[in-house]
Ligand binder design. Sequence first.
Ligand SMILES: *Cc1c(COP(=O)(O)O)cnc(C)c1O
Length: 390
Amino acid sequence: MAHHEIPLSRPDISELEERLLLETLRSGRLSIGPMTEQFEKLVAARAGCRHGVAVNSGTSGLHLVLQSLGIGPGDEVITTPFSFVASSNCILFVGARPRFVDICPKTLNMDPAKVQAAIGPRTKAILAVETFGNPAYMDQYASIAAKHELTLIEDCCEALGTSYKGRPCGNFGRAGVFGFYPNKQITTGEGGMIVTDDQRLAEMCRSLRNQGRPLGWGSNGGTPTGSWLKHERLGYNFRLSELNAALGVAQMRRLDEILERRMRVARMYVSRLAGHPHLVLPTIDPESAMSWFVFVVRLAPRYTGDERDRVIAGLRRHEIGAGDYFPCIHLQPFYRELCGTGPGMFPIAESVSQRTIALPFYNSMTERECDDVCKALDVMIGQENLAPRA
Ligand SMILES: *Cc1c(COP(=O)(O)O)cnc(C)c1O
């Protein structure tokens, strides 16, 4: 068992982040400045997009994209029930409704055939998530969207830095959104980024993140038209501070190193857990290179949700971080009430979500820590096997 706490995640902050943060702090410019602009350029370039719009969270980014696209009451957006709740909440924020479709058990992304079948007269957009950093089917969603004149929005919050069939994540839809919460591949503390090739969309998002100031205000705030207190539309304050952006610039400069470290940790787990009789491991498909966000294993199909919960509780008792990524969105109480969803509607997502265990996963994880996690996992699973079955 572990001799010290092994957290579920841990940000990787180097001297570069400290240096840029301190420089920014001393510069006197704490919002709307050169760091934000630099961070926007770095993320947009990585996603192969012309524009980047930095915001204060991934959730804010999704909200602005949907609102800028004019999605609203009466519209439906096709999306996955197996995700972090923000990927659906943004649809509710603008008054539209999610139309959930079930996932494919191998990739955990929406089943493209079910996406196609769910298209109806109210469908305006497809909001696709690269679950746990797996970009599988993004090209198929893009061609379904094109064929039916729908907008594809990519919630690539879990997939920074990877690509699929030669196309970078963030580049498949009209817009992509990244998130930089501390458990993501890179972090700014809190933060997010919209990426797009569509200049009008980028400008609308810039205006909405900045209190509805006129189109054309850049991230550096400089534009000759109008005053700082001219507000052309109802906007928000979703700006990212220069301090957060400084962290982002440093993290982006180190992105390849960071992704490589995460790959190393994923390999450590796979080498220890491959062939495990009670576990299903993430599918590693050479065609869809994961950007490793988290390392999520699943108990075998014969296990129940209660058994999984006890395994997680057991790991936590031994100071090993573990998470139930993700409970189904359509089963959250307010979704049941608002959208009329309930158990049995998306059986694959429900079955998978009852058996997932996110294991500790961070760049500095050692072989020893990985051993400790895998041993503790074996002990907890063993206890479930010995327990009398109802
Ligand atoms: C992290 C994440 C987001 C955004 O989260 P924030 O905490 O708002 O930055 C959105 N969608 C998915 C799928 C995510 O994993």
